[in-house]
Design a protein around this ligand. Structure first.
Ligand code: 13P
Ligand code: SF4
Length: 302
């Protein structure tokens, strides 16, 4: 931590000078999450916060689609991301052209896209969803069939909870698809741990879990249930962050890191605020379409 302190001090000073806020996803490293961030949360909470932010500048500590979502919901703010290359295997699995083609193939079928997509893909959609409200958004479409894009594993988990037929795309999170049901069973047997999983994991993994939910829903479950040992089947910075809030809980493996989330560092945040770059720019027509789909989701809430 000594190594981090000069960066933290410099960031806090620049943040004041720029009238900036720092929003950080739950998967950000503890030295970001617990120090410089003004607001932390899951993808839905970050989007909700973006829609009411009043600062001149937002530094989004997370991946590119989250920064784009912030720009779409706060177009008059300057939105910075410390590393433009912080991508996502789900966002890169589908393009706006793919969605246009699917709409021709399935005329009249509503399109729900996970927020883990580009603004261009969102602009082609009827509504967005996050892992916190996917089921509610699917059911709000009022249709017996929905195109659910692009996460086939989240889609398979949602499909188990609804009578709506979901037409899926072949995308997956490169972090969550690696967890196996055997790893989960081993964590339970070896450590006597409760198992909490993210719905981007396969249905086989989700079936083994005591609770399945978004990153913030996982934290809320720990607050409610207070297990003594837990295996968090998600990106493992999440467990590092929660250790501070729940010192009495022992967090056990398995652990996978997201290489994209890890691109965001304290020096990167400092440089972004110093140089006011890299700035996230979204074309005006794309903002218009993506905002419509995001607003449809925000109206449904959590
Ligand atoms: P949530 O925070 O919405 O659960 O999303 C997890 C995720 O994979 C973000 O990249
Ligand atoms: Fe994308 Fe998975 Fe990384 Fe989240 S954890 S940003 S879904 S690759």
């Amino acid at each position: 931590w000594d190594f981090h302190v000069p960066w933290i001090d410099a960031i806090l000073r620049l943040k004041g000078e720029r009238n900036a806020v720092i929003m950080a996803h739950n998967y950000q490293a503890p030295e970001i999450f617990h120090t410089v961030a003004d607001f932390t949360g899951d993808s839905l909470a970050l989007a909700q916060e973006a829609s009411r932010v009043t600062a001149d500048v937002v530094v989004l500590c997370g991946v590119h689609f989250m920064a784009e979502t912030t720009k779409v919901l706060a177009p008059e703010r300057t939105v910075l991301i410390p590393d433009m290359a912080a991508g996502c295997s789900l966002a890169s699995s589908i393009t706006g052209e793919d969605v246009r083609r699917l709409r021709k193939q399935y005329p009249g079928v509503p399109v729900v896209t996970y927020v883990n997509t580009s603004a261009e893909v969102k602009a082609e959609s009827d509504a967005c969803c996050t892992s916190a409200n996917a089921l509610q958004v699917v059911e709000a479409m009022g249709s017996d069939r929905v195109l659910f894009l692009p996460d086939r594993l989240l889609g398979a988990n949602v499909a188990k909870q609804t009578s709506v037929e979901l037409i899926l795309w072949d995308g997956a999170c490169e972090v969550h698809e690696r967890f196996t049901a055997t790893q989960v069973r081993n964590a339970r047997a070896q450590f006597g741990a409760k198992v909490v999983a993210h719905p981007e994991c396969s249905p086989e993994v989700a079936r083994e879990a005591d609770f399945v939910g978004s990153t913030s829903a996982m934290a809320a479950w720990l607050t409610r249930e207070k297990p003594s040992r837990v295996a968090l089947i998600t990106e493992c910075s999440m467990a590092d962050n929660l250790k501070t809030d729940f010192p009495q809980i022992e967090f056990v493996k398995p652990c996978n890191l997201c290489p994209h989330m890890q691109r965001i560092t304290l020096p990167g945040i400092y440089r972004a605020l110093r140089d006011m770059a890299p700035e996230v720019i979204v074309p005006r027509d794309v903002i218009h379409g993506a905002k419509r789909a995001l607003d449809a989701m925000l109206a449904i809430g959590r």
